[in-house]
Design a protein around this ligand. Sequence first.
Ligand SMILES: Cc1cc2nc3c(=O)[nH]c(=O)nc-3n(C[C@H](O)[C@H](O)[C@H](O)COP(=O)(O)OP(=O)(O)OC[C@H]3O[C@@H](n4cnc5c(N)ncnc54)[C@H](O)[C@@H]3O)c2cc1C
Length: 399
Amino acid sequence: MEFTFDQADEMFRSQARAFVKAHLPQDMAERNRRGYHPLREDTRSWTRILYAHGYSGANWPAEWGGTGWSPVRQFIFDEECLLAGAPAVDTAGFKMIGPVIMTFGSEAMKREYGPRILRGEVFWGQGFSEPNAGSDLGSLSTRAERDGDEYVINGRKIWTSFVESAEMIFVLVKTDPEARQRGISMILVPREAPGVTIRPIHDIGESHSLNEVFFDDVRVPVSYLVGEEGKGWTYAKFLLENERATSAEWPRNNANLQRLRGYLQETQPDGRRLIERPGYARRLASLEVDLAALKWLTMRALYEKRGGHNHLPMGSLLKVRGSELLQKIGEFQVEALGAHGFYVYPDPLGDEQVQQRWAPGSDYAPGAMADFMYRRATTIYGGANEVQRTIIARSFLEL
Ligand SMILES: Cc1cc2nc3c(=O)[nH]c(=O)nc-3n(C[C@H](O)[C@H](O)[C@H](O)COP(=O)(O)OP(=O)(O)OC[C@H]3O[C@@H](n4cnc5c(N)ncnc54)[C@H](O)[C@@H]3O)c2cc1C
């Protein structure tokens, strides 16, 4: 298999770069270069801008209303967006539930949600994990019982990211409590449906993106069932494969490492640039090699998916390599910042005045520790890395 960036792709890169330069609002870029979670409003406006120019749905085929770009072009576009500081589009919509709906959903569901995801009108929470069902997702116990034309949902989900500002939640439920995986279905639930209660969980990085979600006699029409009853496990596996591939986050790894390189090149605490110190140079070079390997693995995965060759557990491979690299880059960022790396700068998005209270230090410092803290979770979310290693081992050993 050969992946090359030919002249046409390089021209596409120039166009993408020019587009982002012309249309990405500078204040948005400034906010997103730091390590804090993007504002939902920024993600929404950026998606609207992409849509207006025919660039929404970089990873969607043209028949779904997406760009229909080749894997190389998707890759280039994501890379250029993240490097310029654009907020990532809603992963849960574009990369998780969107492809599930467009592949397995009813025609009415496709018509309802496909265009709204592309226009940035609907954001999603992923209601899979429960207090007693994380890695062992098959043992989930949230229940959906059929009552005429409705399902009545009862149960509790946990770690539901960004649901506090989402419109919809896609939830895995048991429609047959006696069966294990074959008793699982996937249902869409409006966040504001009566009986849905959201309780925030504050994380170690002093930000809020995690939640518990309680379902108490929540009623939704049967048309909110995705595909067929009892097939939720199949759809979840399809979705998780996409989620894991996305968790490799090549564009984010690339943007973070380039920023770090810039900092090491500019900073001279004792008259000598940090990048000239052998320990720093060696460590940077080693991360750059890892990044290059991740780039080619990501490209290979994109091509294999398009060609329908899914014989390797690519999602798991990408998840392990990408998540661990994000953590290694984060550790280096924090250490290179010295004393300023250990200060958790408050999120400037929460309070307009807060920026003035930042401790002195490099412009590079705010957000570094917050991102480092959040990225501790990359080896857990999307399926813990220990479990991914078992999947990889089983596949290679043909167990
Ligand atoms: C920041 C963050 C965001 C998240 N966002 C979401 C979200 O939006 N929606 C959602 O549904 N979930 C979300 N999750 C939940 C996430 O998917 C689970 O935390 C993850 O699947 C692990 O499940 P668990 O927490 O129950 O841990 P457990 O499954 O209890 O695992 C605990 C430890 O045991 C190890 N372990 C478990 N089983 C095995 C095994 N078979 N072999 C080897 N080791 C094993 C794990 O690797 C882990 O180290 C999020 C989690 C985090 C931290």
